[in-house]
Design a binder for this molecule. Structure first.
Ligand code: ATP
Length: 572
C-alpha cells in the first residue's frame, strides 16, 4: 500500500521537482543498469512488464540482504534479545514449494478474495487499477503530463482561474489528437471547454484542482454517469471496477484441465502454516517460536510500476511467530519495534522510515493490529511506500487450514493449564496466535539503493552509493598505486588474504590498471566502502592507505592489520 492518498498535490509532476530531497529516479535506474545492479528481464526481446533481473552487483546485494534477514530473524533472532516472555527468541527455517495444493489457496482465502478492482477503457481496452487511478495517471500518462503544462501558467483572476482556454484548445487540436484521441476535450473541444468554464467560473480566488479539471476535460456534459475519469492511455471512458484475479495459474500434469489447475504462490507465508504441525512434531520447538520462509512469490499485478517496487515476480522473507493468545499482543509490539530497528541497522535512515499503524477500518476481520514499515521512495516522496507489513493474524490461518484439510493443528502446551498436586501442569490445547513480519526483499534492495544514491559533483565519481558495509556487494578493493616496483605482487597477496577471510560475505576487488582516481571512482559508484592502496611507502614501512568511501579521507595502517580493520567494519 502506498501513502499518501493519490490526490496529494505533491505527488503530481509539477510539484515533484520542488519536493526537497527527492532523488532522481531516472538517474538511479540508469546507474543500476550501468553498474550491473538491475536489468530489465528479457531485455534483448524488448523486456517483459513487471519482471526484473539482478546483475552481478545486484545479485550480491540481494544475497546480502537475504543473509542479513536470515541471520537476524532465524539464526540469532532479534540479535539474541529476550522476548516479552523473558526468554531468548527462538526461530527455525523452512523452504516450501512455490506450487502448493490448490486447496491451500482456497483455505487462505486467496482463491476467492485475492483480486484487485480493475477498470477497462471502453475505447482502447487498457486496464487500470481502480484504487490507484490517480497515481497511475500522474506517473505514466503521457497525455496527462502534457496537458497539465497547458493550464499552469494562466494568470489568476482571469475568467477561468488557472486555465487558459486558448492554450487548451491549441493542445486539443495538436498534441492532444496524438496523445489522447479519445478524450472529450480532443473529440469536442468547444463543448468541453465551455462546459468546463461554467463549472470553474464563479470562484475567482479558488483555482480548480488538477483532478477537477481532468474530470471536466473528460466529460462533454454532465450525463447520468456524472464526471468521467479518463483512460490514462487514450483519454477514453473507463468502465466500472471489476475484480481481477492476481494469482498466476498453470497446470500440474499432462492434461490442462481445471482438475489439474494449480497456482504460483502469491506469498510464502501459507507454506509455513501448512507445515506447522510437521515442524512441531519433528523438531523440539515449543511455543512461542517462529518459522521463517524466504523465496519467490508471484502476483499478476495489473500495473507493475516504479521500477522493482511493484513487480509480478518478487522475493519475500516472511516469519510466522506462533504464540499463546494471551501473549500475542506483546509479541506483536516486539516484532513491530524490532523490524523498524532492523531496517535502520542496515542503513535506511530514520528520516525516510515510518511505522504506520493501520486504522481500524483498514484491518482484516481477523487482525487486532497491523502496521506497515514504510520507506520514503523517490517516487512516493513526500509520501511513503510499504516495505514490510507486520500483522497480528490471530489464529485465522491455522483455523482455516484445520477446517479445509481436516488435520488437527492444535498445539498441546505442557507448560500451561491447571497446577497439579505433583507440581506439574495439566497442559492446555489451543490454536496458537500468529504474528507475521512479512518483508519484500526486492523492495528492500530498492530502498537501500535509493537511500545509498548520493550526488556530489565535486567528486571524481559525481554519483556514488553509500551502502552500509553489511549490504555492500563489494566489501573492499585492493589496489597497487602503480603496476610495477613490487606493488602488484604485494597487492595480490593482500587481496588473496582478504578474499580468503571475507570472500563469503561479498566481493573483494583488485585492479592494477587505470589511474588511482578512476579506480576509486569506480568503487565509489559500486558502493565499495573501503579501498586499500599499496604505494611506494608500503615497500619500505609495510603500511598501506585506507580510503573511506563516504569522506574520501585516507589514513595509513599496517598491512598486517588490514584484515582486522575490515573485520571490525563488517561487524565481525
Ligand atoms: P501492496 O499493498 O504494496 O500491494 P501488500 O500489502 O499486498 O503490498 P503483502 O501481501 O503484505 O504486501 O506482502 C509483504 C511484502 O511483500 C510487502 O511489504 C512488499 O515488500 C512485498 N511485495 C508485495 N507485493 C509486491 C510486488 N508486487 N512487488 C514487489 N514486492 C512486493
Amino acid at each position: 500500500m502506498t501513502t499518501p492518498a493519490s490526490n496529494d498535490p505533491a505527488s503530481q509532476p509539477d510539484a515533484a521537482a520542488s519536493v526537497p530531497g527527492r532523488k532522481p529516479m531516472d538517474a538511479i535506474m540508469s546507474l543500476c543498469k550501468r553498474r550491473g545492479f538491475i536489468y530489465q528481464a528479457s531485455e534483448i526481446y524488448g523486456g517483459i512488464n513487471g519482471f526484473w533481473d539482478y546483475g552481478p552487483l545486484g545479485a550480491l546485494m540481494k544475497r546480502n540482504l537475504r543473509e542479513a534477514w536470515w541471520q537476524d530473524m532465524i539464526m540469532n533472532p532479534a540479535w539474541g534479545r529476550k522476548g516479552p516472555n523473558g526468554e531468548a527468541v527462538r526461530c527455525v527455517p523452512v523452504e516450501t514449494c512455490i506450487i502448493q495444493h490448490p486447496k491451500v489457496w482456497e483455505a487462505s482465502g486467496h482463491l476467492a478474495g485475492f483480486a484487485d478492482p480493475m477498470r477497462k477503457c471502453a475505447k482502447c481496452g487498457h486496464f487500470v487499477r481502480a484504487d490507484q487511478y490517480w497515481d497511475t495517471l500522474v506517473e505514466s500518462s503521457e497525455w496527462f503530463n502534457s496537458l497539465i503544462q497547458e493550464f499552469e501558467p494562466a494568470p489568476m483572476g482571469t475568467q477561468t482561474p488557472g486555465l487558459d482556454s486558448s492554450r487548451m484548445m491549441k493542445w486539443a487540436r495538436g498534441k492532444g489528437k496524438k496523445l489522447a484521441p479519445n478524450l472529450a476535450l480532443v473529440r469536442n473541444p468547444e463543448v468541453t471547454l465551455s462546459w468546463l468554464a461554467t463549472r470553474v467560473n464563479g470562484q475567482p480566488n479558488v483555482p480548480p484542482d488538477v483532478q477537477e479539471i481532468v474530470r471536466h476535460v473528460a466529460t462533454e456534459q454532465l450525463n447520468a454517469t456524472g464526471l468521467q475519469e479518463p483512460c490514462p492511455r487514450c483519454g477514453g471512458e473507463l468502465g466500472a471496477p471489476a475484480q481481477f484475479k492476481l494469482m498466476f495459474e498453470t497446470w500440474a500434469g499432462l492434461t490442462q484441465t481445471d482438475d489439474n489447475k494449480v497456482y504460483l504462490r502469491p506469498e510464502t507465508a501459507q507454506g509455513i502454516f501448512v507445515q506447522f504441525k510437521n515442524v512441531v512434531d519433528t523438531t523440539r520447538v515449543k511455543i512461542p517460536f517462529g518459522i521463517g520462509n524466504t523465496g519467490k512469490s508471484f502476483r499478476n499485478e495489473i500495473t507493475p510500476r516504479n521500477f522493482t517496487f511493484r513487480s509480478r515476480e518478487f522475493e519475500q522473507a516472511e516469519l510466522e511467530f506462533f504464540c499463546h493468545p494471551d501473549e500475542s499482543h506483546a509479541w506483536y509490539q516486539f516484532w513491530r519495534d524490532f523490524r523498524m530497528e532492523w531496517w535502520r541497522s542496515i542503513g535506511l535512515s530514520s528520516d525516510n522510515l515510518i511505522l504506520r499503524e493501520h486504522d481500524k477500518d483498514e484491518l482484516s476481520h481477523y487482525s487486532t493490529g497491523t502496521c506497515d514499515v514504510e520507506y520514503r521512495f523517490p517516487f512516493t516522496a513526500p509520501g511513503y511506500g510499504e516495505l514490510e507489513g507486520v500483522a497480528h493474524r490471530g489464529n485465522f490461518d491455522l483455523t482455516q487450514h484445520q477446517k479445509h484439510s481436516g488435520a488437527k493443528l492444535e498445539y498441546f502446551d505442557q507448560e500451561r493449564g491447571e497446577l497439579l498436586p505433583n507440581g506439574s501442569r495439566k497442559g492446555e490445547r489451543y490454536l496458537p496466535h500468529c504474528i507475521e513480519p512479512a518483508a519484500g526483499l526486492d523492495r528492500g534492495v530498492l530502498a537501500l539503493i535509493c537511500e545509498a544514491y548520493t550526488v556530489d559533483p565535486a567528486r571524481p565519481s559525481p554519483e556514488f552509493m553509500k551502502f552500509h558495509p553489511r549490504i555492500a556487494p563489494i566489501k573492499a578493493a585492493v589496489f597497487p598505486l602503480v603496476n610495477k616496483d613490487g606493488m602488484p605482487e604485494k597487492a595480490e597477496a593482500l587481496h588473496a588474504e582478504l578474499n580468503k577471510r571475507f570472500g563469503r560475505q561479498g566481493l573483494i576487488e583488485t585492479d592494477p590498471k587505470q589511474t588511482i582516481g578512476k579506480r576509486y571512482a569506480r568503487m565509489d559508484e559500486a558502493g565499495c566502502p573501503y579501498c586499500f592502496t599499496i604505494d611506494g611507502q608500503t615497500m619500505t614501512d609495510q603500511t598501506i592507505t585506507v580510503r573511506d568511501r563516504d569522506t574520501g579521507s585516507q589514513e595509513r595502517i599496517a598491512i598486517d592489520k588490514v584484515a582486522e580493520f575490515l573485520g571490525e567494519k563488517l561487524g565481525e
